[in-house]
Design a binder for this molecule. Sequence first.
Ligand SMILES: Nc1ncnc2c1ncn2[C@@H]1O[C@H](COP(=O)(O)OP(=O)(O)OP(=O)(O)O)[C@@H](O)[C@H]1O
Ligand SMILES: [Mg+2]
Length: 270
Amino acid sequence: MAERLLEVQELFASYEDTEAVQGVSLSVQAGEIVGIVGESGSGKSTLLKSILGLLGPRAREAGAVLYRGEDLRKASPARLRQIRGQEIGMIFQHPNLSMDPLCTIQNLFYESLRAHRRISRQEARRQGREILETLDFPDPERILAAYPFELSGGECQRAAIAAAMLNRPALLLADEPTSALDVTVQKQVLETIKKTRERFGTAVLMVSHNLGAVGNLADTVGVMRKGRLVEWGPAAQVLRFPEHPYTQELLRAVPRLDRAAARPEGQSDE
Ligand SMILES: Nc1ncnc2c1ncn2[C@@H]1O[C@H](COP(=O)(O)OP(=O)(O)OP(=O)(O)O)[C@@H](O)[C@H]1O
Ligand SMILES: [Mg+2]
């Protein structure tokens, strides 16, 4: 049986007057891709931030987050810094906003590596080139030398994935990795996430409002609504036989092609 990497138990997270996450339990196995979908405001970003302990002192939280059995709520700040990046990587919705505009990708890679170990610029560059090659970037040298604003949105997001993978985390958390991009570019980013798992065995927990994007990639799908996980199961099962009316509603909104793939054999759309 695959190792259970992450286990979230009865997680609650609230801001002053909003109960954003209300009793979510889920787990991610080593090498598994889990996709969570839900509309804007359903608590997806809060869930990911809470897992990494990034909500700040004003949020109230309850429940347990175990990484390889270690309770992250009880981890020291030093241990948490080590876990973030080295064990659990994070990619954000707008990579060009979270990247320093005055910092080339090569520099970003250097800083990412240096946060966790002593490394020369030359060695960081070598490892950066290697990771871009592994993830099938056609022109690693151009990417390395570029500033974020010189890259397209898709390239930026894929470079952010590469940066997160430099330290070989066993788990990647991805917050809406495709939502700011148009459809063709979304596919490229999803392809890069798929390759990341193929080539490094990385598990991925991604959240998105797009069931089409998540359904194509994930092994396991969860559906979040108003802070609760209302559906959870193998992707094929959730897409074919959604139990919750809200999931059925989301499925009806997915473009036809995806629906055709998700429909049980022999059942016509007409
Ligand atoms: N820093 C904050 N302070 C107060 N309320 C917040 C804060 N961040 C989020 N919220 C509220 O918590 C709820 C969940 O927000 P969250 O950002 O987790 O949702 P989401 O599913 O990620 O939405 P989106 O798809 O728009 O990114 C929302 O009602 C939101 O307004
Ligand atoms: Mg969000």
